[in-house]
Design a protein around this ligand. Structure first.
Ligand code: NAD
Length: 293
């Protein structure tokens, strides 16, 4: 029998953590949302509330959903508040050290029957699983951004992941009304293995002066029928996340074709991380995006 997941803990309340919290709460699941400070958790709650309100205004959610969903999300400043969750999903920054520390601390606190998931975009599931004390109950659950709107979730088993964990994760994803695909535990899995080198190539195209930000994004929107240009998409994902994924591909597959573009490195060093810092390949501070090159 597949174990049912009703209470979800989420560690990291940034873009992805808040999106996962929203998707879970709207689907009737109880959520315990953690981040490093109460302020960050409160900012995430305000963001989720605003997003749900927008969905209601568009008619894609009913009026009553907002209050019910918000009441299901509980701020959790301490990891102890997550102890009774059936599944804890880590959605903290894409940094292996940070993730390892989180799982090492969560291991003894969370009830032994609970599953652990990570939303990592690229880091080895098997390696992260080894820090949890329960690698058989560990799985990669890779949501796409923005979580409430994107249909796909990649499920990635580590070497020790048991069938029961996989089945429980699959059932959880279907409860959210989403579709899961299975990827093997290779750097960046499927979607990012294909998508991020394309974005990196777009940044090389900019770096080498082949086109401006506007020309590159217009070319790919109208010439390849992509809904967003690759530089617009990079800003949306977060340039730090893009760089981390390229570094993991470069190191993990030892192939120079994955070399992160020096211009991407420079933007990250400048703290121009895209939408979340108001500046990346576009400047968002005036309200409408202005290309920075
Ligand atoms: P983000 O920077 O928006 O949010 C990360 C959050 O983690 C921040 O609020 C930060 O305060 C918090 N955090 C850091 N250390 C923590 C700790 N020790 N305990 C609790 N919280 C901590 O990043 P994001 O875009 O939401 O990415 C989160 C994860 O999701 C990463 O692993 C990323 O690779 C993955 N992911 C991102 C995308 C995307 O498009 N951005 C898509 C799929 C998966």
């Amino acid at each position: 029998m597949t174990l049912e997941i009703c209470k979800i803990g989420i560690v990291g309340a940034g873009q992805m953590g808040s999106g996962i919290a929203q998707a879970c709460a709207v689907s009737g699941l109880d959520v315990y949302l953690n981040d490093v400070t109460a302020d960050r958790i409160n900012a995430a709650l305000a963001k989720i509330d605003g997003q749900i309100a927008r969905e209601i205004a568009k008619g894609s959610l009913g009026e009553d959903v907002r209050k019910l969903a918000m009441a299901r999300i509980h701020p959790a400043v301490e990891y102890e508040a997550l102890a009774d969750c059936d599944l804890v999903i880590e959605a903290a920054a894409e940094n292996e050290d940070i993730k390892r520390k989180i799982f090492t601390r969560l291991g003894p606190i969370i009830k032994p029957s609970a599953f652990f998931g990570t939303n990592t975009s690229s880091i080895s599931i098997t390696r992260l699983a080894s820090t949890t004390g329960r690698p058989e109950k560990f799985i990669g659950i890779h949501f796409m951004n923005p979580v409430p709107r994107m249909q796909l979730v990649e499920l990635i088993r580590g070497i020790a992941t048991e069938d029961a964990t996989f089945e429980a994760a699959k059932l959880f994803i279907s409860k959210l009304g989403k579709t899961s695909t299975v990827a093997e535990d290779f750097p960046a899995f499927i979607v990012n293995r294909i998508l991020l080198p394309m974005i990196n190539e777009a940044i090389y195209t900019l770096y080498e002066g082949v086109g401006t930000v506007d020309a590159i994004d217009t070319a790919m929107r109208l010439g390849a029928n992509h809904p967003m240009g690759p530089l617009q998409l990079a800003d949306f994902i977060g340039l730090d996340t893009c760089l981390s994924v390229m570094q993991v591909l470069h190191e993990g597959l030892a192939d120079s074709k994955y070399r992160p573009c020096p211009l991407l490195v420079k933007y990250v060093e400048a703290g121009w991380l895209g939408r979340k810092t108001q500046r990346g390949f576009y400047d968002y501070r005036s309200g409408s995006p202005v290309p920075t090159r």
